[in-house]
Design a protein around this ligand. Structure first.
Ligand code: XIL
Length: 304
């Protein structure tokens, strides 16, 4: 079996990758998604700029293609992303009153989460997880990052967003997600406190995602990060793993950290082949630019 099947045999839910129409259209890439991955995250097609570039006008072209491909090939889907300060249209960032922004957030989340509700989870019994809700809201010191959301609404935007998502889809697991949660650092502590605070009056956040965009030798804190995030009592996931110029040990260290953390449901890499990565020139993935498995891939398979 491939990576996903072997990882699953070890008690995890999935090994996945991001994808979108542009990479699904590459046959070699699609074949690797089929053989070695059990979960897909839309790389760009479900972001705000792609789905609602002007107010109230939704476009689901790219996201539908990804979702339909995942469903027909039996892959789980993690939605990405309902709320993020980046790839955010200008019409949203220029809103400066609370009521308008609240309505706009609710309408956006209802539109995107409502689109894929039930179709996937109920009919096909797939685990549909909306992730990055919100995404990347912290500074490195654990305080709230400045964005239109925090500037206009303060921390309340987190609750507004999660409640809207819960209303739109009662079965999807709702995750909060950020980057640089790669060791037990101040940002991890800020995340843990926020999640506990927001969930204090009833659980609306189901899980915490750590992206883990790493460099070679940078995986040493992965176990400590997962352990700290799991102290929320929630599920945790590695949502965008890639490791610049990785050696086999870098990937092994991250995989073992997830295996050793019972609440870690799965690992998603941010792509398949070094030919298609946002980190140009970094060769951060498990297949080379000719879609051949790299040594790190073989090391993971052998360790499973
Ligand atoms: C990246 C995509 O991979 C690129 O194609 C796009 O140009 C920019 O966004 N954190 C995230 C992802 O949450 O959505 C980002 O994806 C990488 C960083």
């Amino acid at each position: 079996g491939g990576l996903h099947q072997k990882f699953k045999n070890r008690g995890k839910v999935y090994w996945g990758s991001c994808a979108d129409p542009n990479t699904l259209n590459i046959a070699a890439n699609a074949n690797i998604l089929k053989s070695d991955h059990g979960q897909l995250t839309p790389e760009n097609s479900m972001k705000w700029d792609a789905t609602e570039s002007s107010r109230g006008n939704f476009n689901f072209g790219g996201a539908d293609t990804l979702v339909n491909w995942a469903v027909s090939n039996g892959k789980l889907i993690r939605g990405h992303t309902l709320l993020w300060h980046a790839q955010l249209p200008g019409w949203v960032s220029s809103i400066n009153d609370k009521n308008t922004l609240t309505t706009v957030i609710q309408n956006h989340i209802n539109g995107v989460a409502g689109r894929y509700k039930g179709k996937i989870y109920v009919l096909l019994h797939l685990y549909f997880s909306y992730v990055f809700l919100p995404s990347e809201i912290f500074n490195e010191n654990g305080s709230l990052r400045s964005s239109v959301f925090s500037n206009v609404l303060g921390e309340s935007f987190v609750t507004i967003a999660f409640q809207a998502a819960r209303r739109a889809d009662g079965t999807a697991k709702l995750y909060i997600n950020d980057y640089n949660l790669d060791s037990n650092n101040a940002k991890v502590q800020g995340m843990v406190s926020l999640v506990k605070r927001v969930n204090a009056n009833g659980r609306i956040i189901d899980g915490v995602g750590t992206q883990m965009h790493l460099g070679a030798g940078g995986a040493g804190g992965a176990q400590a990060a997962l352990t700290a995030l799991a102290s929320t009592g929630l599920d945790v996931a590695i949502t965008e793993l890639d490791i610049a110029n990785a050696g086999s040990n870098d990937y092994l260290t991250v995989m073992r950290a997830c295996l050793n953390t019972s609440q870690c449901v799965g690992i998603t890499t941010w792509g398949v082949s070094d030919a298609n990565t946002w980190r140009t020139g970094a060769n951060p993935l498990l297949w080379d630019s000719s879609y051949r498995p790299k040594a790190a891939y073989s090391a993971l398979i052998s360790a499973l």
